[in-house]
Design a protein around this ligand. Structure first.
Ligand SMILES: *Cc1c(COP(=O)(O)O)cnc(C)c1O
Length: 376
């Protein structure tokens, strides 16, 4: 059986976790958390990165830092993970869903303006499959209407748009280090803060509303409760696991890109014959091979393809059920404009196995089985 995902493991994780324990610092913000934060800052150019307990929590932090209030509206795609919406719904905001582009499955930047009202506070582009949204257009709109931008870059670590790392373009960027992502710490994420003036508030919010971060830097001689807050910092043992992978980020990415390219080359003839569709990466985007998907003609064909692959020992999976069709999405959200592509594209999509260490023979086998399905 070729599984859909195996959590990344490079070998040094045990040694680093042991080191964290021996340093007698297993709670948050130890040396491994600092190394990870610094790595993200150096590799993305963001003013500040803070490791968090998840991407979900990083997004919740962004909503709190933006002071999102009940009744505020936040524009996002419906083709995304629930956390994109929940972070704002927890503050009482209304998710306003806008249709996606059929090529990248990202928020259609041309449809955003029509969804803006006087209650709109933020736009949340989701960089699906680590392929960037059209950020120039989104940032221009945000500037014209004084809206914040929170990038859901959960899948976009090591991806870029016009040379700029994803997660660093909007006011805030959110990374995920869940075990299904390119780099992992089990559960975890990071908040990227573009503007230095928001760093102190973010540190306080993450540290239970205290100025403990300042205390550890020796900037105050005792720490105290200074604002509202919660606990969004992960254990240093989890950060130690992540550090082993960030050290090998180039190798992990190259390995994934190899599998991605092999799938693409093998399946391209089917696309050229008009049998299925492959991912589109616009020229301004550098992606990270987070995902390889194929799009069948319709839901029926997709269901048959997944069943066929399963029979042949390949675990292929579909993805998001659009949020506006889910019970909670119908309850709290609104779809603005026509759903031309969100539901249709989501029903056609199948993700093929792709993880660090997947062997070339395995990729070739999976591709061969996809071809066999269409031959039959
Ligand atoms: C994985 C993912 C999340 C959630 O990440 P967690 O770290 O599990 O909270 C949010 N948004 C998108 C688009 C994701 O793919």
């Amino acid at each position: 059986m070729i599984g859909f995902n195996i959590a990344p493991f490079v070998g040094k994780e045990f040694a680093y976790i042991k080191e964290a324990i021996e340093a007698e610092h297993i709670c948050g913000d130890g040396m491994f958390t600092r190394r990870c934060n610094q790595w993200i800052e150096e590799h993305t150019g963001t003013a500040k990165a803070l490791l968090t307990t998840s991407c979900t929590h990083a997004t919740e932090m962004a909503a709190l830092l933006l002071d999102i209030q009940p009744g505020d509206e936040v524009i996002m795609p419906a083709y995304t993970f629930v956390s994109t919406a929940n972070a704002f719904v927890l503050r009482g905001a209304v998710p306003v869903f806008v249709d996606i582009r059929p090529d990248t499955l990202n928020l259609d930047e041309k449809l955003i303006e029509a969804a803006i009202t006087e209650r709109t506070k933020a736009i949340v582009p989701v960089h699906y499959a680590g392929v960037s949204c059209e950020m120039d257009a989104i940032m221009a709109l945000a500037g014209n209407y004084h809206l914040a931008v929170v990038e859901d870059a959960a899948q976009g670590v090591m991806s870029a748009y016009k040379g700029q790392a994803l997660g660093t373009i909007g006011d805030y960027g959110c990374f995920s280090f869940h075990e299904t992502k390119n780099f992992s710490m089990g559960e975890g994420g990071a908040l990227l803060i573009r503007d230095r003036e928001h760093v102190e508030n973010a540190e306080i919010l993450r540290e239970k509303g205290t100025n403990r971060s300042k205390f550890f830097r020796g900037q105050v001689d005792k720490y105290t409760w200074v604002n509202q807050g919660s606990s969004y910092l992960p254990s240093d043992m989890n950060a130690a696991y992540l550090w082993a992978q960030l050290e090998m980020a180039e190798e992990i990415t190259a390995d994934r890109m190899g599998s991605w390219e092999t799938y693409y080359q093998e399946l391209r003839p089917l696309q050229e014959q008009g049998i299925l569709e492959l991912p589109v990466v616009p020229k301004d985007c550098r992606h990270n091979a987070h995902m390889f998907y194929v799009k069948a003609r319709d839901l029926g064909e997709r269901t048959a393809l997944i069943a066929y692959l399963k029979e042949k020992g390949v675990q292929a999976v579909f993805h998001y059920v659009p949020l506006h069709t889910a019970p909670e999405g119908q309850h709290v959200g609104r779809f603005e404009g026509e759903d031309r592509f969100t539901t249709k594209e989501s029903e056609r999509l199948t993700r093929l196995p792709l993880y660090y260490g997947l062997k070339r023979e395995q990729v070739l086998y999976v591709a061969e089985m996809v071809k066999a399905f269409y031959r039959g």
